[in-house]
Design a binder for this molecule. Structure first.
Ligand code: FES
Length: 169
């Protein structure tokens, strides 16, 4: 019979194997790969350590992300993470997507987070063992965050301009 230590080790190995399969499945069959015409958010990200790049496209309606897609080239971790991200943020508000981004980045930096909301993304936590690869996993998320920031800054500027034009002088 397995000792508790061996049983834990076997469980851990099984989990690592499962996580590896999830990552490879997203890499081999990326979800939402492609571009979107008339995207509300269109942003590029690059990993300066390796030169890998990706672009993310987001469409919004009624305050929610109705569609999202990505294209790019890179390692299995960056591509799998982007694929998982597109699945997780579809249907969310920008605020919820921003919150999820924070949760994911916190997990990748070893902070305690609720895994329930992260779905397949928990498969990427093993990447923490290889600090240089953390940038691979966060590449798409950093780009998304930047795209959301730019979109909201533009929207705020348009709103400010519209209200100042509507103000009688
Ligand atoms: Fe380039 Fe991972 S090695 S993003």
């Amino acid at each position: 019979m397995d000792t508790p230590v061996r049983a834990w080790h076997n469980l851990r190995m099984g989990l690592d194997e499962l996580y590896r399969e999830v990552i490879l499945d997203h890499y081999a069959h990326p979800r939402n790969k492609g571009t979107l015409d008339d995207a509300d958010i269109s942003v590029e990200g690059a990993n300066p350590l390796c030169g890998d790049e990706l672009s993310i496209y987001v469409k919004l309606a009624g305050g929610r992300i109705t569609d999202v897609a990505f294209v790019g080239r890179g390692c299995s971790i960056s591509q799998a993470s982007a694929s998982m991200m597109t699945e997780q943020i579809k249907g969310k508000t920008l605020e919820e997507a921003r919150h999820l981004t924070g949760q994911f980045k916190a997990m990748m930096h070893g902070e305690a987070v609720s895994e329930d909301a992260l779905g397949d993304l928990v498969a990427l936590q093993g990447v923490r063992k290889f600090p240089v690869r953390i940038k691979c996993a966060t590449l798409s998320w950093v780009a998304l965050e930047q795209g959301v920031d730019e979109f909201e800054a533009t929207r705020a500027k348009v709103t400010a301009t519209a209200s100042s034009e509507g103000t009688p002088s």
